[in-house]
Write a protein that binds this ligand. Structure first.
Ligand SMILES: Nc1ncnc2c1ncn2[C@@H]1O[C@H](COP(=O)(O)OP(=O)(O)OP(=O)(O)O)[C@@H](O)[C@H]1O
Length: 387
């Protein structure tokens, strides 16, 4: 794609972000930010790696950089072949290169963050342990999402390790379909994560609204997920909790994998836990006595199969009572409705294979006939929607 077209796209994206931010009322002062009344501060402050207000060194692209292309291009607008296999990875690399260049050229020194550097906009959502706000870095104008976690709640929920892991892993990832963590800092009571803003919110909400996705859309989403997972696995990261609730949608409708709280570096020294949603758990993680040696990155392939099914059918393949779900997963016992195309059916069956080693590899997912066929149609449909 011509450089000029790409630049125009980034320009639009940045303006969209800016409009979104301007629409949002400044809702709170920095001292009120993320204040929670739900849980008393009964516990000692956790996660005090340094002194209060210690800041972690990181860099943020400037607003100019956001315009120039520090944000990833939308794979949905790519010409077909490119949206399918190699080009998604190439896009990822180009994205990393552009971003590194931006950081080197425009932000030569490592930047240290604190709350006063951000204007806080509307709340974007609330999770179990934190609230997320639209925010703008004052100097650069960079629009981002600021996730605020209360240390007392993190400790009370015994998720210190999970939060540390999430920060450690996510801050080292750069891919257009993975939500970027630009940096983090903390004060006495709170931890702040500076995240890429995903303009179209939660994928789960889109899926519930549409009930199920048309095949062209599902195939584009799965191609992007395969590209993101391939990147993760190359970096020896297993996500382990792939499901619609953990995927956000970028301003151009692109997938943004988030929530690395259950991800691990492989090989992993911890015992297997029942960490994910039951519906998405692979058979090898359900086995009694399953240990770190009993599964590998192929667990994400199983979850990708469940995701493909849920995108197309509107519900997960093994949805049942908890006991029955486990039994059905252990036998890969599912029924694919007749309205699902033969190509999609083939891909689902090749992903939902009991033997992890026999699951279709990600590079073959990216070139599977269902992906190739529907990405072509999808490109046309997406262009029609936009014009
Ligand atoms: N980077 C982002 N851009 C846009 N919206 C976001 C972003 N991050 C989070 N949100 C919104 O805020 C909500 C809460 O996010 P958060 O990460 O705290 O929790 P969660 O992962 O959804 O839930 P849980 O804490 O249960 O895992 C999300 O569901 C989403 O709607």
């Amino acid at each position: 794609m011509a450089a000029r077209t790409l630049e125009a796209r980034f320009e639009r994206m940045s303006v969209n972000d800016e409009n979104e931010y301007q629409k949002s009322k400044i809702v709170t002062t920095t001292t009120q930010l993320g204040h929670s009344t739900s849980r008393p501060n009964l516990y000692k402050v956790a996660l005090q790696a340094g002194s209060a207000n210690t800041v972690t060194a990181v860099t943020l692209p400037s607003q100019a950089a956001q315009r120039k292309g520090a944000q990833p291009p939308s794979p949905t607008r790519k010409p077909v072949a490119s949206a399918v296999s190699r080009s998604s990875d190439e896009l990822a690399l180009a994205h990393v290169e552009r971003k590194s260049a931006t950081i080197l050229i425009e932000q030569p020194s490592m930047k240290q963050f604190h709350l006063g550097m951000f204007e806080i906009g509307r709340p974007l959502g609330k999770g179990k342990f934190g609230r997320v706000y639209l925010a703008r870095e004052r100097t650069s104008g960079f629009i981002c999402a600021l996730k605020v976690l209360h240390k007392s709640e993190i400790q009370q929920g015994r998720v210190e390790k999970q939060v540390r892991r999430e920060i450690e892993i996510q801050s080292n990832l750069r891919h257009p379909n993975i939500l970027q963590l630009f940096g983090h800092f903390h004060d006495n009571k709170r931890v702040f994560l500076i995240l890429e803003f995903a303009g179209k919110g939660e994928l789960y909400k889109h899926l519930r609204k549409e009930n199920r996705f048309p095949e062209w859309k599902a195939s584009q989403y799965i191609a992007q997920m395969a590209s993101a997972l391939r990147y993760l696995h190359r970096k020896h990261v297993i996500h382990r909790d792939i499901k619609p609730e953990n995927i956000l949608v970028g301003i151009h409708g692109e997938m943004k994998v988030s929530d690395f709280g259950w991800s691990v570096h492989a090989p992993n020294s911890r015992r297997a836990t029942m960490c994910g949603t039951l519906d998405y758990l692979p058979p090898e993680m359900l086995k009694p006595g399953s240990s770190d040696n009993s599964y590998n990155e192929k667990v994400d392939l199983w979850s990708l199969g469940v995701l493909t099914y849920e995108f197309l059918v509107g519900e997960a393949p093994f949805e049942d009572t908890p006991v029955m779900t486990q039994r059905r997963i252990a036998r890969a016992d599912m029924t694919i409705p007749s309205f699902v195309s033969p190509e999609a059916r083939d891909l689902i069956k090749r992903l939902l294979v009991l033997d992890p080693e026999k699951r279709i590899p990600l590079e073959q997912v990216q070139t599977h006939p269902w992906i190739v066929k529907h990405c072509l149609k999808g490109e046309r449909a997406a262009n029609r929607e936009k014009s």
